[in-house]
Design a protein around this ligand. Structure first.
Ligand code: 0O2
Length: 216
């Protein structure tokens, strides 16, 4: 959220340094903004999905998933990043409270979808991370965008941050599996298992490249 928009939410929250209390009414009020932004973004992306299917007879987007980050995951991330658990830190520093995932078939479609999003007139791009060209050490691959989405309130329009993840079906399969076994695990996994996961990610990358060859 940009400065002036953040102020609106801060005013709404009355005390920006107040500690996050996930059982508090303030927390629910704050989540209303994120939920509304996510609805707005999902509708726009759904229209693009249908436009390509119906008008251009091409399945550009396989499916779209949305989620609001669980309160415990928000607090865990704030702890991990050593942010004091204030509302202002939550709003300013946690970029993926509202998350949307766009899953497509081909790797090339990721960049096409990215460009379509960049051309949406009402969406502001805050940050991009290209883990498709440069996968993470874990093997994780996806294109991430942090965007600001307008929420049209009766009195004002405010811009709320959302994280967009764009990935292929194969990348999604790998990420979901890896997330289950490793990312969320308290105990972690063995070095051998991590290595195997990186090898699997390499296979996924080869598979995605092969699919592009087969299509052309
Ligand atoms: P969860 O439980 O999925 O929500 P930022 O503060 O925006 O600069 P951030 O959010 O710290 O950066 O990191 P990054 O790399 O952008 O990752 C954001 C999300 O991408 C993660 O959210 C995961 O959903 C996903 N992700 C990143 N790395 C991996 C990985 O190695 N494996 C898998 N499976 N997913 C990954 P959270 O909050 O960490 O987790």
């Amino acid at each position: 959220m940009r400065e002036n928009e953040l102020m609106i939410i801060e005013n709404f929250l009355e005390n920006k340094e107040e500690k996050v209390d996930v059982d508090d009414e303030l927390y629910s009020k704050l989540m209303f903004f994120y939920k509304s932004a996510l609805k707005q973004l999902e509708v726009q992306l759904d229209i693009i999905k249908d436009e390509f299917k119906i008008i251009y007879n091409y399945d550009l987007i396989d499916h779209i998933e949305t989620r609001i980050k669980e309160p415990k995951s928000i607090l865990k991330k704030m702890e991990k990043k050593k942010y004091s658990k204030t509302y202002v830190n939550l709003i300013e520093k946690i970029n993926d409270v509202a998350g949307i995932r766009i899953v497509c078939t081909l790797k090339d479609d990721i960049f096409f979808i990215r460009d379509l999003i960049k051309n949406m007139p009402n969406i502001h791009i805050v940050k991009e991370k290209d883990y498709v060209t440069n996968p993470k050490k874990s093997g994780y691959s996806s294109y991430h965008m942090i965007v600001e989405v307008p929420v049209y309130l009766t009195q004002k329009t405010i811009y709320v941050k959302c994280e967009i993840q764009i990935r292929t079906l194969a990348m999604d399969f790998w990420a979901s599996f890896e997330h289950k076994v490793k990312y969320k695990s308290e105990k972690g996994v063995t070095k051998k298992m991590s290595k195997e996961l990186v090898n699997c990610a390499k296979m996924v990358s080869k598979f995605d490249s092969k699919m592009i060859e087969l299509k052309t």
